[in-house]
Write a protein that binds this ligand. Structure first.
Ligand code: CS2
Length: 478
């Protein structure tokens, strides 16, 4: 239903029964999975109402609670704005206010799925042998307390309650942009559970399902301008509104506990055996060039994706990055033409209605670059394939970080590794020292033979200078 047909954001229908607890109620979940769930229930039924859990702030709960947890999703395209009323959220809990209520919701036998969009850093990954960072302050807390703070902590403690009470487990559904996100979550949960009880660990390994997913929709942060435009269109003030592009994609491994899942297939979602080729394609072609645009575009003075991709030298660079380097770095999913996929991406980036801020994409680079840029770079290097443009993105990231640091603004980089990054920048006098220091950050570069690319990275940085213009991008790369 479009929101124009509502008088207010108040429920006129009974709310759906809850079958899902979702950790991380950000704009992406509300504009992507929640829309699929609404449509799936409308077409095929099912009890797939969602208890949303905010891990870090109470802002979204405070807004949604005023409007029966209803909100507007606005599709933005050249055709204008199209609104939809999303009514699948049945409650919102704020984890730090009441962790017990969150655990109870997750341990409830009617909860069949716990899904997550907690961003890359929410998985508390470390470096070294274990995937989970046991030194992370929230993980240290969660190991010694039954009332957790972190996403992994909530998953494990809630599963533990179900195991102790002989309740079937829930499916854990990661919807974050991480390679093999299901497997990764499984590993993290198992490493944590191993510290609790071996029989519990075995039960998880035997009974819990962690399907991997590939999720895609461009969702900019909500701005006051969007709230105002939506009000002009619908007549309703909705501070919880989300906007999104028309495109959406959902690819899921069809592996759910007791086969209990919403019926996504009539909605064009793909239920497949192996998500990996889809993930590689999306993480490298979309997210990889998003990060490239974020750093290169910001250095060149742009604020949004749509403006950055309009600059000719940036467009040429991104095209070449796709066709010369990224598409060569992975195996395409069956029946997908990567040239068409890249063309479609470019037109999605150009959507003039979507104000997707480069600085939104640029945050947390240490968590994003490995799967988006650094893995393909080193894979290409080891197979004798071109990788200079990928390396240019690393150089642009370094220059971008340097620019964030001003004497008044030390340690203010928006990244969980801000301390290490700042220390590396401050400890170096020139580009040679800078590259050496940055490569010493094990949590980013520990697994890679960085000595093979140091000199090239130094020369790209030298050529860049402080990088205020994009003429650098026009070089001969072969
Ligand atoms: C973006 C993603 O902020 C970012 O890092 O690259 O949020 C991107 O917009 C989505 O993955 C698109 O599906």
């Amino acid at each position: 239903m479009s929101v124009e047909n509502c008088n207010s954001l108040r429920r006129t229908q009974p709310q759906p029964k809850t079958g899902i607890v979702h950790l991380g109620l950000g704009a992406f979940f509300r504009a992507h999975a929640a829309v699929y769930l609404k449509e799936a229930m409308a077409l095929s039924g099912g009890d797939w109402g969602v208890v949303g859990v905010s891990l870090r702030s109470s802002g979204m709960r405070d807004k949604l609670v005023q409007q029966d947890f209803l909100y507007t999703a606005v599709e933005m395209s050249e055709r204008g704005l199209a609104t939809q009323l999303i009514d699948v959220v049945t409650d919102v809990l704020v984890a730090y206010e009441d962790p017990e209520a969150v655990l109870q919701a997750m341990a409830d036998k009617n909860t069949c799925i716990v899904s997550l969009t907690v961003t890359e850093k929410g998985y508390c990954r470390g470096s070294g042998d274990a995937v989970l960072d046991f030194q992370h302050k929230d993980i240290r807390h969660d190991l010694s307390s039954k009332l957790p703070r972190s996403g992994p902590g909530f998953l494990v403690r809630a599963l533990e309650r179900r195991w102790r009470n002989n309740i079937r487990p829930f499916t854990v559904l990661s919807l974050d942009n991480l390679p093999s996100n299901g497997q990764l979550t499984q590993q993290i949960v198992c490493e944590f559970a191993a510290k609790i009880d071996v029989a519990f660990l075995r039960w998880i390994q035997r009974e819990v399902k962690f399907p991997s997913t590939m999720v895609d929709r461009i969702v900019p942060s909500t701005t006051q301008k969007l709230i105002d435009r939506t009000k002009v269109k619908t007549g309703i003030h909705d501070p919880a509104v989300v906007s999104h592009e028309p495109f959406r994609q959902l690819v899921i491994e069809d592996s759910f506990v007791d086969n209990k899942r919403p019926d996504f297939s009539p909605l064009g979602a793909q239920l497949v055996r192996n998500v990996k080729p889809f993930e590689d394609m999306k993480l490298r072609m979309l997210n990889g060039t998003h990060s490239a645009l974020a750093y290169i575009g910001s250095l060149a003075g742009h604020e949004t994706v749509a403006n950055a991709i309009k600059e000719e030298s940036i467009e040429i660079f991104i095209e070449a990055l796709w066709h010369e380097e990224i598409v060569k770095s992975f195996e395409a999913p069956p029946d997908i033409d990567l040239t068409k996929y890249a063309k479609q991406l470019k037109s999605r980036y150009r959507n003039p209605e979507i104000c997707h801020l480069l600085k939104q994409i640029a945050i947390d680079g240490s968590q994003k670059l490995p799967q988006r840029i650094i893995n393909p770079l080193f894979e290409n290097l080891s197979l004798g394939r071109p990788y200079f443009r990928l390396l240019t993105v690393v150089a642009a990231w370094i220059r971008y970080l340097q620019k964030q640091l001003t004497p008044e603004n030390l340690y203010d980089i928006d990244d969980p590794l801000s301390q290490e990054i700042t220390a590396a920048i401050l400890a170096s006098d020139d580009d040679i020292g800078l590259v050496a220091q940055i490569f010493k950050i094990d949590r980013i570069f520990g697994d890679y033979p960085t000595h093979k690319i140091s000199n090239q990275l130094i020369s790209i940085l030298k050529r860049m200078g402080r990088f205020e213009n994009t003429s650098l991008l026009e070089g001969n790369w072969e």
